[in-house]
Design a protein around this ligand. Structure first.
Ligand SMILES: C[S@@+](CC[C@H](N)C(=O)[O-])C[C@H]1O[C@@H](n2cnc3c(N)ncnc32)[C@H](O)[C@@H]1O
Length: 212
């Protein structure tokens, strides 16, 4: 165990516990799917819930449902008539996602849309969302951000996951399209005057963005 492992363990022992259902979804995702590492996990999941509690959104968008872990964390933070629309491109995940949502009392707050976010986003009204969590394909991160921004109201927030990409964003000439997609996103966002932004070095980077 290195020192950052023990620091992470320390953090996890001193924050809210991961709910049992989420622990099971995390375990099942790692057992059954190839890229289990994509699940938000205990720390980021609790942060997502806390950010939702702080923002009090009525309508939330998520791009990239995967097995539903982060969607359930977001839904946990919703109050009143708050709702989450979550978009997943991989229709083979639909059954597992719906089963996971169905095991939660929060299922009635979540609408799953199966399809490509780029195709589905134009179907939402401009300014509809108070909060958007971007966690889909990193190769087109900037294009998805551009398509999402009009759908978020002025004063609303976007969260973009994986923006430090395990430190790979520091590689000046990467041949990996996901790394290049995130580098392009970070570069263009840095000079985007439509928004305020800050990068949290949590896990592999979470950028908090506020639309002016
Ligand atoms: C990192 S995983 C999401 C993890 C999930 N948000 C969580 O924290 O548990 C990324 C997901 O985005 C989906 N995805 C990729 N491109 C997409 C697109 N264009 N539209 C919708 N979903 C997409 C992938 O199929 C994958 O399931």
């Amino acid at each position: 165990m290195n020192s950052s492992d023990s620091l992470e363990e320390y953090i996890l022992r001193h924050i809210d516990e991961e709910p049992e259902l989420l622990r099971e979804i995390h375990r099942e995702t790692h057992l059954k799917l190839l890229h289990g590492i994509m699940v938000s996990g205990h720390l980021q999941g609790r942060l997502l819930k806390m950010l939702v509690r702080m923002i009090h959104p009525s309508q939330v968008l998520e791009i990239g449902t995967y097995t539903g872990y982060s969607a359930l964390c977001i839904a946990e933070g919703l109050e009143g008539d708050g709702r989450l629309h979550t978009i997943e491109i991989d229709d083979e995940l639909e059954e597992m996602i719906l089963r996971n949502f169905g095991r939660s009392a929060l299922a009635n707050r979540i609408t799953l849309h199966i399809g490509d976010a780029a195709a589905l986003l134009p179907g939402f009204e401009d300014g509809f969302f108070d909060l958007a969590f971007l966690d889909g394909d990193k190769r087109n991160y900037w294009q998805i951000y551009e398509a999402t921004l009009p759908k978020v109201k002025s004063g609303g927030f976007l969260l973009a996951d994986n923006t430090l990409w395990h430190g790979k964003i520091l590689e000046p000439t990467s041949s990996d399209r996901q790394t290049r997609g995130i580098q392009e996103f970070n570069e263009r966002l840095a000079s985007d005057n439509r928004v305020e932004k800050v990068i949290l070095p949590l896990r592999d980077g979470l950028t908090l963005i506020r639309k002016k």
